[in-house]
Write a protein that binds this ligand. Structure first.
Ligand code: NAP
Length: 279
């Protein structure tokens, strides 16, 4: 008799205990009455290859991949979605029927959806965007903005070389701005995005002044712990629409759940409440 009705998925990272992904996926498993579970997979970097190659034998439908494995995991896939290839990182692995591994990256699409949830009229074409930071998350955001038709992406990072490397790779619409000029670079943008770790619990607030940010600009912060970062609070005080990182986290999970469990899950107030309860 087949054992395949019980579906197994998880999140692979190091460390992984802080991840909110189990809350999201377990909520959906219960909501849709599915047979399965979603577990934490703490994997040290030097064991990543063994762990990923072991997924089919262990009967996993797949897993999420989080810090610090997103880049290295891509090289271990048999097949990679073109968007993930451009992001040079994966956040989801799907084990296919033949046991081969397929890598996807839903971070950018999840982020775009979170902006649309906050402002259904939001369009990347509306004007230039300023992206703060040039790490792994920034890469997903810049690729998503270009794919959505942003006319210009201004990119600024404390370590300028990382922004330059990204711009070089992603094309002439990405313009590097020196970190010391980040405040003036807000002039004329329709979107400001923080992809740095600044503003996270345990980190200082992001050091920016919003005086030059146009009144109608949307402000997005990828940080979700805390949900209301100093950047978001200041932006709201100035009358901007401001979007935290929790919506991105929830929305990136939907296509992964669909790939493993066969149901495209809905984002409900009950799910948001379940997540709120963990903060
Ligand atoms: P990462 O690759 O380590 O990049 C960190 C970025 O923060 C780099 O650009 C780094 O600049 C910058 N930074 C660090 N300390 C700084 C400081 N003191 N001043 C200015 N910049 C500083 O991390 P990541 O994976 O991109 O994640 C970045 C953030 O996005 C985290 O807060 C993470 O939680 C969040 N995130 C959220 C979601 C979601 O679903 N909401 C998904 C992914 C990531 P340097 O290059 O100069 O070091």
């Amino acid at each position: 008799m087949s054992e395949s009705r019980f579906i197994l998925a998880g999140v692979m990272g190091w460390p992984v205990a802080h991840s909110r992904s189990p809350v999201i996926h377990k909520h959906w498993i219960a909501q849709y009455g599915l047979q399965g579970t979603y577990v934490q997979l703490p994997v040290q970097p030097e064991r990543l290859g063994d762990a990923i190659r072991g997924l089919p034998a262990l009967g996993f439908a797949g897993c999420n991949v989080t810090v610090p494995h997103k880049v290295e995991a891509l090289a271990l896939m048999d097949d990679v979605h073109p968007v993930a290839r451009r992001m040079a990182a994966i956040n989801t692995i799907v084990v296919r029927e033949d046991g081969s591994l397929y890598g996807m990256n839903n971070d950018g699409a999840g982020w775009v959806q979170s902006l649309r949830d906050a402002d259904p009229a939001w369009r990347a074409q509306a004007g230039p965007a300023l992206v703060l930071g040039a790490g792994g998350a920034a890469r997903a955001i810049v690729v998503a903005l270009l794919d959505e038709g942003a006319p210009e992406v201004r990119l600024t990072n404390r370590t300028r070389e990382k922004a330059e490397a990204l711009a070089q790779e992603l094309g002439p619409q990405v313009k590097v701005v020196d970190w010391k000029d980040r405040n003036q670079a807000m002039a004329g943008v329709s979107l400001l995005v923080n992809t740095t770790t600044q503003g996270m619990q345990g980190h200082p607030a992001l050091d920016v002044v919003l005086d030059d940010l146009p009144v109608g600009a949307l402000v997005s912060d990828l940080v979700y712990i805390p949900q209301e970062t100093p950047l978001l609070a200041t932006a709201r005080q100035r009358g901007h629409r401001a979007v935290g990182g929790l919506g991105m986290l929830i929305n990136q999970a939907r296509p992964a759940f669909h790939a493993w469990f066969g149901v495209m899950p809905e984002v409900t107030p009950a799910l948001r409440a379940a997540l709120q309860a963990t903060f």
